[in-house]
Design a protein around this ligand. Structure first.
Ligand SMILES: Nc1ncnc2c1ncn2[C@@H]1O[C@H](COP(=O)(O)OP(=O)(O)O)[C@@H](O)[C@H]1O
Ligand SMILES: Nc1ccn([C@@H]2O[C@H](COP(=O)(O)O)[C@@H](O)[C@H]2O)c(=O)n1
Length: 249
């Protein structure tokens, strides 16, 4: 029997820079929202929101293409786990909106609790507290040359960065950090998605699986899980009885 999923259902989407994490996330959300039997609310959170704020010296380094935005030290993982815990408890949260062009936070976004919460970013499987939150872990695996080409187009075209600095940042920080910190987290993935957002077969299969998980009857007995998340013993036993009563004899 398929195990009941606990809502919110957290999905992690990791992978190298410009591998297509955002596109995969968007396609999953669009398809879940339009096809889920009972309409489910799905939201996404980007790891960028949890970049530590830069002091003046770090900002100067960033502008010179020398700050390491790909090292785990660049992220406030404590802040991310607190945010996920609040959402898990059913609260809405405000998180920073991040502007890579400015190397800074540019406001706040309000995130409402949802049935499915997708967290995407290069290092979302790096910290075990965050990794353990995910009921499903996806790694988007796209050829490094393609990622570099997209990255150059994005940084030069959208962020107005000089090509020489983009290439310097890539060779000095982005590529080595990918190999040291991001690539090894592929081993935690439940599903590896080759070629990213253009892989519609993989995305359709995943959406189908997520829908199946969400459709699994709520109230099937999983006493330990319910109690662990703070449900009262009475409520838990009651929900188990309801599920039991609905089963064929
Ligand atoms: N399959 C694809 N074909 C063409 N361009 C793509 C494809 N996937 C992503 N892109 C483009 O590459 C860039 C990075 O994609 P994105 O999904 O933002 O990657 P990530 O979130 O991993 O950084 C974006 O400009 C996006 O439009
Ligand atoms: N100010 C910044 C912040 C981050 N980056 C780069 O973004 C990459 C992570 O985002 P993806 O959407 O590409 O996964 C990471 O490789 C950072 O180097 C940046 O260039 N500037």
């Amino acid at each position: 029997m398929q195990k009941r999923v606990r809502l919110p259902f957290f999905i992690g989407v990791a992978g190298g820079t410009a591998s297509g994490k955002s596109l995969v996330t968007k396609k999953i959300i669009d398809r879940l929202e339009t096809t889920a039997g009972k309409r489910k609310q799905v939201i996404s959170i980007h790891l960028d929101s949890f970049y530590k704020e830069l002091n003046e010296e770090s900002l100067r380094k960033a502008e010179a293409g020398e700050y390491d935005f790909d090292h785990p030290e660049a992220f406030d993982f404590d802040y991310l786990i607190k945010t996920l815990e609040k959402l898990d408890a059913g609260h809405s949260v405000q998180i920073p909106k991040y502007d890579p062009g400015l190397y800074a936070r540019s406001g706040l976004i309000t995130i409402q609790p949802a049935d499915v919460i997708i967290v995407e970013g290069i290092l979302v499987f790096y910290d075990d507290r965050i990794r353990d939150k995910f009921g499903m872990k996806l790694f988007v695996d796209t050829d490094a040359d393609i990622r570099l080409a997209r990255r150059v187009r994005r940084d030069v075209g959208q962020h107005n960065r000089p090509l020489s600095l983009v290439l310097q940042q890539y060779t000095r920080n982005v590529k080595p950090a990918f190999e040291e910190f991001c690539q090894p987290t592929k081993k935690w993935a439940d599903v590896i998605i080759p070629r990213g957002g253009e892989n519609d077969v993989a995305i359709d299969l995943l959406v189908q699986h997520i829908q199946d998980l969400l459709r699994t009857p709520r109230g099937s007995p999983d006493l330990e899980q319910d109690l662990a998340r703070g449900a009262s013993l009475e409520d838990t036993i009651e929900s188990a009885k309801v599920a039991q009563a609905g089963r064929p004899h």
